[in-house]
Design a protein around this ligand. Sequence first.
Ligand code: PGA
Length: 247
Amino acid sequence: MTTTRRKLVAGNWKMNGLTASMAELVEMCDANPTNCDVIVCPPFPLLGRFVGSAGNSHIEIGAQDCHTAESGAHTGDVSAALIKDVGATAVIVGHSERRTDHGEQSGLIKAKAEAALANGLTAIVCIGETEAERDAGNAEALVTAQMRASLPAGATAANTVVAYEPVWAIGTGRTPTTEQIASMHAALRTALKADLGEEGHGIRILYGGSVKPGNAAEIFAIPDVDGGLIGGASLKATDFLGIVSAA
Ligand code: PGA
């Protein structure tokens, strides 16, 4: 068990940003952080432009969802093949907003992650419990099962990232305690290692949900927290760069 995991900070812009928001990306790329891996995931229409703008910087560009199929009659959907073709390197799948807004379940998310891998993209697979599930006291078993059902076949440390995001912490300003995060990440790591051995040791587990410049260093210092998936605070270069520098 010798693999060291390099930290990753990924920004999820969700349905935010217009062409004018390119200025924020340009500022991030000018800063060109190299202390950790950085991925910015804009809405689809900006994907190709963000790739162009990121140019030779260390910042990589990702998408927020993909379809399971290579191409075909799926109006409004985007294939992993096209995401790869425009120069993005990663795709988020299974975000709780996709699970809630579009009824996506873990089986579909696993298939999307497999489409990502088949096209040479890194799959960032999101999991997390609702507040009711946390209150019911079985969050760790539930989220571990969700992870096992959502991870792609062929997951390795190089092609797959797990993002633990408690639904009740997303966009709310509330975060779990250090102990709750540590305990969940340890449970997920144990499951990954049991299922995937050395690769399970190397797969990065991000924490997401109300990460800000002010709490990032504390969260990133928790054992088995290998970086963050950042929503609101990824939209402004100064906030996002503050989080990145904490990694
Ligand atoms: P937040 O979102 O940082 O705005 O809480 C995180 C996410 O949904 O990925």
